[in-house]
Ligand binder design. Structure first.
Ligand code: CAA
Length: 262
C-alpha cells in the first residue's frame, strides 16, 4: 500500500487469512507518530473490511513493540493544539473500532502509548523479552491513550497505580501473572505463536468470532445483568446461522466442521 511507517502482509493457507501489520520505525523504537497511527488505522480498517481476512496481528521489532507516542512530535504542543487536533482520539481510537480480533505480538519495549496500544488489542502474546510500562509521569504528563482506564481494568488498582505513579517497568512474567498478557513465549517463537493463534481464529466461524469479541467487550461497558442480557440475545441469534448448524452437526458426526461464515 506504499506505507512509510508500517509493513503489511497476509498469512495463512485457509480461505480466511490473518493480516499482519508490522510497526516499522526501527531507529525510533517504533515511536507512535501521527503518520504511523494514521497508517495503522488505515491498514486495520482495510483488513476489517476485507472478506478474505479473519483477524489481524500487530507487531513490532525484537527490540520494541513501541516505545510510546512520539515525544519529538508532542514536545512543543500547547493545550489548544492538543485539544483542537483531538490528539489521540482522532486516529488512535480506530484500533478499538475494529470488529475482527486484533492480536498484539509484543517483544521488547511496550511503553506508554505502546503499552496502551497493546491493551487496545484483544489478545496479547508476549515474548519473554517484553517490557511493559506507563512512564509518561516522567515526562510531566499522564498516560493519554487509555492507560489510566484500561490498565486498572486489566490488572487492578494496586498494580496500575504502581505502574502509572512510579513508571516502573514490568517484565513479561509479571505481565502474565497480573493479567496484562495472554501468553508468554520465548522470543524466537513469538511470531509463530501469534500466527498460530491467528490461524486458529481464522479457521473458526467469522460471525461467531466477531460476536464473541463484541460480547466480551460489552463486559467492560455494562453492568453484569445488562451484559448477560446482551450475551443471551447474541447467543440466541447465532442459532440463525449456517455455521451453528454445521458446527454442531460436525461434532455429532465426529468430523471437522467446514464453516462458511454465514
Ligand atoms: N518518542 C520519540 N523518540 C523515541 C521514543 C519516543 N517515545 N522512544 C525512543 N525514541 C528514540 C530515541 O530518542 C532515540 O533516538 P536517537 O537515536 O535519534 O537519539 C532512539 O529512539 C533510540 O532510543 P534510546 O537511545 O533512548 O534507546 P535505549 O535503548 O537507550 O532506551 C527506552 C530505550 C528505555 C525505551 C527509551 O528510548 C525511552 O525511555 N523512551 C521513551 C519511553 C516513553 O517515555 N514513552 C512514553 C511516551 S509518551 C506517551 O506514550 C503518551 C501517551 O500515553 C499516548
Amino acid at each position: 500500500m506504499g506505507y512509510e511507517t508500517i509493513l503489511t502482509a497476509e498469512h495463512g493457507d485457509g480461505p480466511l487469512k490473518a493480516g499482519v501489520v508490522t510497526l516499522n520505525r526501527p531507529t525510533q523504537l517504533n515511536a507512535l507518530s501521527d503518520t504511523l497511527m494514521n497508517e495503522l488505522g488505515d491498514a486495520l480498517r482495510r483488513y476489517d473490511a476485507d472478506d478474505g481476512i479473519g483477524c489481524v496481528v500487530v507487531t513490532g521489532s525484537q527490540k520494541a513493540f513501541a516505545a510510546g507516542a512520539d515525544i519529538s512530535e508532542m514536545a512543543e504542543f500547547d493545550y489548544v493544539q492538543a485539544y483542537r487536533e483531538d490528539f489521540i482520539s482522532r486516529n488512535w481510537e480506530i484500533v478499538t473500532t475494529v470488529r475482527k480480533p486484533v492480536i498484539a505480538a509484543v517483544a521488547g519495549f511496550a511503553l506508554g502509548g505502546g503499552c496502551e496500544l497493546a491493551m487496545m488489542c484483544d489478545l496479547v502474546v508476549a515474548a519473554e523479552t517484553a517490557k511493559f510500562g506507563q512512564p509518561e509521569i516522567r515526562l510531566g504528563v499522564i498516560p493519554g491513550a487509555g492507560g489510566t482506564q484500561r490498565l486498572p481494568r486489566a490488572v487492578g488498582k494496586a498494580k496500575a497505580m504502581d505502574m502509572v505513579l512510579t513508571a516502573r517497568l514490568i517484565d513479561a512474567a509479571e505481565a502474565e501473572r497480573i493479567g496484562l498478557v495472554s501468553r508468554v513465549v520465548p522470543a524466537e517463537r513469538l511470531m509463530d505463536e501469534a500466527l498460530a493463534v491467528a490461524d486458529q481464529i481464522c479457521r473458526l466461524s467469522l460471525p461467531s468470532i466477531m460476536l464473541a469479541k463484541e460480547c466480551v467487550e460489552r463486559a467492560y461497558e455494562t453492568p453484569l445483568a445488562e451484559g448477560i442480557r446482551f450475551e443471551r440475545r447474541i447467543f440466541h441469534s447465532l442459532f440463525g446461522t449456517g455455521d451453528q448448524r454445521e458446527g454442531m452437526a460436525a461434532f455429532l458426526e465426529k468430523r471437522a466442521p467446514v464453516f462458511r461464515h454465514e
